[in-house]
Design a protein around this ligand. Structure first.
Ligand SMILES: [Zn+2]
Length: 428
């Protein structure tokens, strides 16, 4: 009897502590003071106030925002730096991802070659909208080349690989709405509370935004090169006002998010698991273009897309991008192709391992002038077929029934050093 009671009490206590832990899950915000250490960011020297550097202004504002948020028990604040040091951009995003933060706010100052440029702007992750923001992208991303570690991390991200693009696009769409909400609130507060001029909220492809798995914004709090705004940025009054506006935006954001989720965070139940996407029967490739011209990998006509499979049919080369049997990935691939500039791109279904009823697949190993017997291809391949059409020679190799076998055959040829071949569908 005594033992049973003890067990009941123990499980009750356990339940209580679990409840306590869940109800205590704080809204975590990573505050990132831009630049630092050897990276001064934008800077200017004025006769009256001397030299001012972006790294000092961003740190001052960040510490003020943090102090305001820390007074509220609902928030947990994590700083990427609290002193004049330089954490790499990857250190910053890794910290945010590791701490499973709910928000990431990077604070910066703007600068422009135009001395008249002034006002605030906030960036969220996305494709670059136009070239007028190129200066920002260059300035805020170029920092990455300051250290080797970043180069390695950045190097491992291949923007042209479909996997990276998929991850990027999913992440963008997942957090874009929330990021835009926060960005809008930040700019609203600057305008309504501080009577600043807002240049708006923009999408920009920036490292600190791209690599984060949470809603993220990068705030340009004003222009360090503008005669008046620079003094505002460097003043305690200016820094306090900016910090208050950012603080208020976070409060407004949290309210909006809590309202949207329908109940207070303290009673939040774990979200039901999303059903796993069912694979489609067909494989889908995105048809980019059909052309009588053969383009090899990396040709500018392919607009920087990789993983392209050309298939020749009826004298035309059809260039297909990516392959997937998931509807979600197919749709992302279509969007990627369109974003790259193939406006009429569309998905084409391929039944896997389907044998051709009539005809066959072969590999076009070479087109152009007549090959002589000492050529690499003819020396290394037996049974190459030769055709001549309009003065051009076409050399093909092999006969298989399915596209999959043709891809295999193509890979075998590549291993032998015969590259830039094209699968050809021959209807007979
Ligand atoms: Zn900056």
């Amino acid at each position: 009897m005594h033992k049973v009671n003890f067990k009941i009490i123990l499980s009750f206590l356990l339940l209580l502590s679990i409840n306590f832990i869940f109800s205590q899950k704080k809204f975590t915000i990573v505050l990132d003071a831009g630049h630092g250490g050897n990276d001064h960011g934008a800077n200017r020297t004025y006769d009256d106030i001397g030299r001012i550097a972006e790294k000092d202004i961003t740190l001052a504002i960040t510490l003020k925002v943090g102090a305001m948020l820390e007074k509220n028990k609902d928030f947990k604040v994590i700083y990427t730096r609290k002193i004049d040091e330089y954490p790499s951009l990857s250190d910053r995003t890794n910290l945010a991802n590791r701490s499973k933060a709910d928000l990431f706010i990077s604070i910066h100052c703007n600068s422009s070659k135009k001395p008249t440029a002034y006002g605030t702007e906030t960036f969220v992750q996305g494709p670059d909208q136009n070239d007028t923001n190129l200066e920002v992208a260059k300035r805020e991303n170029d920092v990455i080349f300051l250290d080797e570690k970043d180069k390695q991390t950045f190097g491992s991200y291949d923007p042209s690989s479909p996997e990276s693009l998929i991850a990027l696009k999913l992440q963008q769409s997942k957090y874009l709405e929330s990021s835009l909400l926060l960005g809008g609130l930040v700019e609203d507060n600057f305008v309504n509370k501080d009577k600043r001029t807002s240049r708006g909220v923009f999408q920009k492809n920036l490292h600190v935004l791209r690599m984060n798995a949470m809603p993220s914004v990068l705030i340009e709090t004003g222009f360090i090169n503008h005669p008046e705004e620079s003094h505002y940025l460097a003043s305690d009054k200016g820094q306090t006002e900016i910090a208050e506006s950012i603080y208020r935006a976070v409060i407004d954001y949290k309210k909006a998010v809590d309202r949207k989720s329908g109940y207070a965070a303290s009673t939040k139940k774990p979200e039901p698991e999303k059903p796993v996407e069912v694979a489609l029967k067909n494989d889908f490739r995105i048809l980019l273009l059909s052309s009588p011209t053969k383009y090899n990998d990396g040709d500018p006509a392919l607009k920087g897309l990789n993983y392209i499979l050309p298939i020749k049919e009826n004298g035309l080369y059809k260039y297909y991008y990516g392959v997937t049997n998931l509807a979600s990935v197919r749709d992302i691939n279509i969007k990627t192709a369109k974003d790259a500039g193939f406006r009429n791109a569309y998905a084409v279904g391929f039944m896997p391992n389907q044998k051709l009823n009539t005809g066959y697949y072969t590999i076009e190993v070479y087109t152009g002038d007549k090959l002589n017997g000492n050529s690499f291809i003819l020396q290394n391949l037996k049974d190459v077929e030769r055709n001549k059409e309009n003065g051009v020679f076409y050399y093909t190799y092999g006969k298989v029934q399915t596209l999959e076998d043709a891809v295999k055959l193509q890979k075998d040829l590549e291993a032998k050093g015969i590259k830039n071949t094209v699968i050809q569908k021959v209807a007979k």
